[in-house]
Design a protein around this ligand. Sequence first.
Ligand SMILES: Nc1ncnc2c1ncn2[C@@H]1O[C@H](COP(=O)(O)OP(=O)(O)OP(=O)(O)O)[C@@H](O)[C@H]1O
Ligand SMILES: [Mg+2]
Length: 257
Amino acid sequence: MVYAVLVKNVEFDYGTFSLRDVSMALREGEQKALLGPNGSGKTTLLRLILGLLRPSSGEISVLGIPVIPENFWQVRQRVGYLFQNPQDQLFAPTVWEDVAFGPRNLGLCDDEVEQRVQWALDIVEMSDLAYRPVNKLSHGQAKRAALAGVIAMRPQILFLDEPFTGLDFRMVRNMVDIVDRLRSDGGVSVLFTTHNRFFVENWAESVVVMDAGRVVFDGPVEDALADERVRSVIGDWESLRREMRSPDCVAERRRYG
Ligand SMILES: Nc1ncnc2c1ncn2[C@@H]1O[C@H](COP(=O)(O)OP(=O)(O)OP(=O)(O)O)[C@@H](O)[C@H]1O
Ligand SMILES: [Mg+2]
């Protein structure tokens, strides 16, 4: 079986933080949530899979292609990566130029580049901001511009690092629609990170959970929600709500308010 992503016994060390014996799989066409506390290694794992970081041992493949420096371009053509912070991925003078960068790099002709840019900007509802300098965008606009750049490459796999943070509800809906459409039309496989239980329960088929640089769970979403380690990562929002609404807590807030 060819996996969209296969990670086997990967080790990696920044010096101050390390990933230990990390294994996980993303099946073709699957939509998987990557969970874990802040600093548990989620973004590091995505960067390893993309070949932006090199593991000290273990194996990683993308659609059967080993992720090694010689295959860097082949991997990047297949995987679209929406960064956690969109401003880290925008660098061209304008939104239009930024979205055009990827398709140009694919060697497409000018007409095709133009078509792809228009298509991607329409989808994320950014056509009216096409000539805005990228450093003058609001956070949500920057995220949409970055997403346009990613989908303009028509990748087979999408890595979405906290795709919903900072988006208004309409744009959350839009993001869900875009990804759902890419999946149903093109069978795109998706790995997304989130801290939000709602998206785990309603949008993921399976879940991989990291804690302190290790994978502590990889399996279907139904099993994940029944797993104590997963529940502790997702958090007990109901008990937090009860505490915040408790008479003691409300009185305390009034005193400081
Ligand atoms: N370039 C780097 N050099 C050294 N340490 C780093 C580097 N990037 C990240 N780290 C450290 O590695 C650990 C894992 O970081 P990572 O960004 O992968 O976490 P994360 O799970 O994505 O967290 P979050 O939920 O906050 O996005 C953190 O302790 C972080 O400080
Ligand atoms: Mg992260």
